[in-house]
Design a protein around this ligand. Structure first.
Ligand code: M6R
Length: 365
């Protein structure tokens, strides 16, 4: 039941403070901050040579974000492919490696084919999956459930953020096991995770402003999303969300790629959504923001209070998110992307929960 929300997507967006808390609580005692032991695994993070991940759509973007966490925090090589590409490109797998599948439904045909390819080639198989009775869950030696409840809206929202949260917790567990993060840094990241549900509640407060922004966005034909580092996959996810439910053409780009082509699209009034909280890449993204502003773009900047202060006059609109540890900032920034897509589709009077041509789960390739 979606009551009191007009759409399941709205309900699922608003559930995220609770669904995230549930996902994290599997790994972390949310009152003491102690990392819980993992269930028995058929692999060992300390000796694992590599993780090979494959997924589709939003689940792929969650994996692409997690690559930054596993490589930065756990110094663990992490490859991620779109499952439909992975299955046909004859990937070279590392002996003793872990194949990590990411899926809400656990029934996506290409992701299952990727899993089977890895299993046939001697990889350990684990999946980050929501539906615990799914084929993927059954065929995995280890499952890390999302615990976000049934997701009805075709556009993934709460499953996406739970995938991110589970993957971040796993990256921190791997970092702990491998001793790759200073204890102080590990504690900082854990403390940040404990604050994540509250940060998501805070982020949801930007809804009235995002609704206003969406009223204008609804009348454009092309929207560009830019981000760097872990905000690059988030830019891709924001663009996917907008196109799938509002049918507006949207492209996500790594901000550093701007001058390699996409800047040619920018003309007076082109909406450009820039994801840039204050992290070590902020200045670089800010200079990209200035480049598109100088060419007349209508920049919608998603940042934190210090970012808003610095970027001030260079953006047409600023959506201010709470200031959080860089580890969890990508998860927080998913919220304004979802709300923007949702309200744009509502403004265009579209069937938000059942967009045209799409199925909730893609069980054929
Ligand atoms: O069930 P899965 O997570 O395997 O599904 C993967 C994609 O089909 C899915 O994320 C799709 O891209 C969503 N409609 C995105 O909102």
């Amino acid at each position: 039941d979606k009551f009191p929300y007009p759409h399941f997507m709205a309900k699922e967006i608003h559930e995220q403070p609770e669904t995230i808390a549930r996902a994290i609580n599997q790994f972390l005692d949310m009152t003491t901050g102690a990392l819980r032991p993992l269930p028995s695994l058929d692999f060992d993070f300390t000796t694992l040579p590599r993780i090979t991940a494959a997924a589709c759509g939003s689940a792929y973007y969650a994996g692409a974000t997690a690559k930054y966490w596993f490589e930065n925090y756990a110094a663990l090589p992490f490859d991620i492919d779109i499952a439909s590409e992975f299955r046909y490109r004859h990937p070279r797998l590392t002996e003793g490696g872990l194949a990590l599948m990411i899926s809400q439904s656990g029934e996506t045909a290409d992701s299952l084919a990727a899993l089977r390819h890895c299993a046939a080639n001697g990889q350990h198989i684990a999946s980050v999956v929501n539906v615990e009775e799914s084929t993927m869950a059954r065929e995995s030696a280890t499952i890390f459930p999302l615990l976000c409840g049934a997701e009805i809206g075709v556009a993934s929202t709460k499953a996406f953020t739970s995938q991110l949260a589970v993957l971040l917790c796993l990256a921190l567990k791997a970092a702990q096991a491998r001793g790759t993060l200073e204890p102080e840094m590990l504690h900082k990241r854990i403390a940040a995770l404990m604050l994540l549900p509250a940060a998501l509640s805070e982020a949801l407060k930007a809804e009235p402003q995002l609704k206003q922004v969406a009223r204008r966005l609804a009348y454009f034909h092309d929207v560009l999303y830019l981000g760097r580092g872990p905000f690059y996959p988030l830019a891709l996810e924001g663009a996917l969300k907008l196109k799938e439910i509002s049918y507006i053409h949207a492209e996500g780009y790594a901000a550093g790629e701007l001058k390699h082509g996409p800047i040619a699209l920018v003309e007076k009034g082109t909406p450009v959504i820039v994801l840039a909280p204050t992290d070590e890449l902020f200045d670089k993204t800010l200079s990209n923001l200035k480049e598109v502003t100088a060419r007349g773009a209508h920049v919608i900047l998603i940042t934190d209070p210090p970012g808003a202060e610095i970027a001030g006059g260079d953006a047409a609109e600023i959506i201010v998110m709470p200031q959080v540890d860089p580890a969890i900032a990508p998860i927080v920034s998913a919220i304004p992307l979802q709300l923007l897509a949702y309200h744009t589709a509502v403004e265009r009077k579209l069937d938000v929960d059942r967009p045209r041509n799409l199925a909730k789960s893609v069980t054929v390739e």
